[in-house]
Design a protein around this ligand. Structure first.
Ligand code: AMP
Ligand code: MG
Length: 421
């Protein structure tokens, strides 16, 4: 039961816009157990579009097209599909009423050319588009001596396309019995170990052919374990992957900080909120990255008091955060004592429970073979801890890695603090 995804538009074939719809649709089809074998991209040309539809109808059982459903002269999907199937375009009055009503709601008269959007190849049906003018097209096309081809045309506007897929096309595929075994993925997010060390901690889980499968990817030092299970329903998949997820959590302990779209800052905000505690930050090397990330976490205001971003020693001096006696060894502005004082001062200044600081470090354009350490510090209600951390790694990810190391220092202190209390 192979499927084909067709992306239509000159903006795609000319390279002006990236075709993200095909990727999204292929993921959804895959989750429904339908294998996508072809991606076709075609510009706004009637003959070329008709040819693409003809070919797809011959070689694929499920065909999902996006784009070309607008009211303008370059929107040719309707005509191309009629041409490819040798059908006439006929008007659908319900669809026309819907389009008219939509213009009326916006206080405008429907332009004549929008009538084109209510024209459908004979034998096809409109797919509702609650938020846009262009309805989609569902067309079951009989094929000689075999099962029919199932064609769905959706608009190019990603938000409209996604809603119509979820509300109409996906349930329709299930109704027509086209859905295979579905695949469900769950992601476990980890930080604090290298990819291969982490793999070594998971006995035999990341083995080819194992069910459910466990895959491992790393992005800027955050490791994602993706558990995938195949089954006839979502509930069945979730049940079958549960023991694997529990094993992973047991083996990795506090290396696991969250699931799905969680980032370290989400975990930190959650932990602080549970404890009704607050945080302030002071950043030198990471230039405000931590403050930016925390600011994007929903409801961060309850726990995040704010932060300082400093660009160097002069700024620290001006802020009163760096006195001569603070510098452990004279002339060493990247030192341990500086980070310690940054954390302590910012905690007091913002009247927060925790002060988290990242000291200074140089970012060079190349990988350093023997980089100097830099310092992270955490001032807590009890004491101030300082950690030396390494700058090793590609220069492009030095800053996010340092920011994550700092957030992880706080995360672990919050978790371990519970144990010693
Ligand atoms: P259309 O339905 O062809 O009028 O497309 C409407 C708009 O949706 C285009 O101007 C693009 O901005 C966007 N769009 C169309 N096709 C795609 C695609 N395959 N991926 C991402 N965006 C798209
Ligand atoms: Mg277009």
């Amino acid at each position: 039961m192979p499927a084909e995804v067709i992306a239509i538009g000159d903006e795609l074939t000319s390279g002006q816009r990236l075709d993200t719809n095909s990727a999204w649709l292929s993921q959804r089809l895959g989750e429904q157990g339908i294998r996508v074998l072809y991606h076709t991209t075609v510009g706004d040309d009637l003959q070329a579009n008709a040819e693409v539809f003809r070919t797809a109808i011959e070689r694929a059982d499920v065909i999902v097209a996006t784009g070309g459903l607008g009211p303008t002269a370059d929107d040719l999907t309707r005509e191309a599909l009629a041409l490819a199937t040798g059908t006439l375009l006929v008007r659908d009055d319900t669809a026309l009423d819907h389009i008219r009503a939509l213009f009326a709601r916006r206080g405008r008269e429907m332009p004549q050319r929008n009538v084109a959007q209510a024209m459908f190849p004979e034998g096809s049906r409109p797919i509702d588009n609650p938020h846009g003018t262009a309805p989609g097209i569902a067309f079951e096309i009989a094929r000689e001596g075999g099962s029919p081809a199932h064609v769905f045309c959706l608009p190019g506007v990603p938000a409209e396309m996604r809603q119509m897929w979820t509300e109409t096309v996906a349930p329709e595929l299930a109704r027509r019995g086209l859905v295979g075994r579905i695949i469900v993925h769950r992601r476990i997010k980890c930080f604090g170990a290298g990819e291969s060390d982490l793999e070594a901690m998971l006995p035999d889980l990341i083995r080819r052919g194992r069910q459910p499968t466990v895959g491992i990817t790393v992005h800027e030092a955050t490791i994602t374990l993706r558990v995938s299970a195949e089954g006839s329903s979502e509930a069945e998949c979730l049940t079958s992957m549960q023991p694997t997820i529990e094993t992973i959590r047991q083996c990795l302990g506090t290396l696991v900080f969250g699931a799905e779209d969680d980032e370290l800052q989400d975990s930190v905000v959650r932990l602080l909120a549970e404890r009704r505690q607050t945080l302030a930050t002071s950043e030198w090397g990471t230039g405000g990255l931590i403050a930016g990330w925390l600011g994007d976490v929903p409801d961060n205001e309850r726990v995040y008091q704010g932060g300082l971003v400093v660009a160097g020693e002069a700024a620290l001096g001006a802020l009163g955060e760096l006195a001569a006696e603070d510098v452990s060894s004279p002339g060493d502005p990247l030192g341990e004592a500086v980070a310690r004082n940054m954390a302590r001062h910012v905690r007091e200044r913002f009247a927060a429970d925790y002060g988290l600081a990242v000291g200074g470090f140089p970012v060079t354009g190349h990988v350093q073979s023997n980089p100097p350490p830099f310092y992270l510090a955490l001032a807590t209600p009890r004491d101030t801890k300082v950690r030396a951390a390494s700058l090793a790694g590609h220069p492009a990810i030095v800053k996010p890695r340092a920011a994550k190391q700092a957030l992880n220092l706080l995360r672990l202190a919050l978790i371990h603090g519970d144990k010693t209390r």
